[in-house]
Design a protein. Structure first.
Length: 144
C-alpha cells in the first residue's frame, strides 16, 4: 500500500484525531469550503462528468497542466453536505499533486477517514467513486 503524504495525509490525520461526532462536524466544515467552479466550467456544465454513484448530483472535471499537475474541480449542492464535504476534501487534498501522485492515492482513502460510523456505506462508496473517476480522468488526460 502506498503511504499517503501531503495535504491528504494531513486531512486524514485531522479526522482521526477527533472523536466520532466531531468528525462529522469537520466533514460539514469541508462542505462549506468547496471552491466555486471557475467561470470556464460554470458556464459550460456539459464539460463536467456526473458521478453517478453519488446520490446527490455531483459533477467533476480534471485538468492536467503542462507541469503534469492535477487540478480537480467539483460541484455538489449545498443540500448534500456530506457529499459536498467529500468533494471538497478531494479538491483540496489533491491540489498541487502531480498526475502520478494522484494515481498513487490509495483507492481506499475514503475509508481511512474514520467516518464509517458517522455516514452510510453508500456515502463512503460515493466518495470512493469521486476518487476513482478523478483517477480515470487523469489517466485519460495522460493518454491524450
Amino acid at each position: 500500500m502506498t503511504e499517503l503524504t501531503g495535504v491528504l495525509a494531513e486531512i486524514r490525520d485531522d479526522f482521526l484525531a477527533l472523536e466520532q461526532p466531531d468528525r462529522l462536524q469537520l466533514l460539514l466544515e469541508f462542505s462549506d469550503e468547496l471552491p466555486a467552479l471557475p467561470e470556464r466550467y460554470a458556464d459550460h456544465p456539459d464539460l463536467l462528468e456526473r458521478v453517478e454513484e453519488c446520490q446527490a448530483p455531483v459533477f467533476i472535471f480534471v485538468e492536467v497542466d503542462e507541469a503534469n499537475v492535477v487540478h480537480l474541480f467539483a460541484t455538489a449542492p449545498p443540500e448534500a453536505p456530506t457529499t459536498r464535504g467529500f468533494a471538497s476534501i478531494l479538491v483540496q487534498g489533491l491540489a498541487g499533486l502531480t498526475a502520478d501522485e494522484v494515481l498513487a492515492v490509495p483507492d481506499d482513502f475514503p475509508g481511512t477517514l474514520g467516518l464509517t460510523q458517522a455516514v452510510s456505506p453508500l456515502r463512503i462508496r460515493g466518495m470512493s467513486a469521486l476518487l476513482g473517476r478523478t483517477k480515470r480522468q487523469v489517466r485519460a488526460k495522460l493518454a491524450a
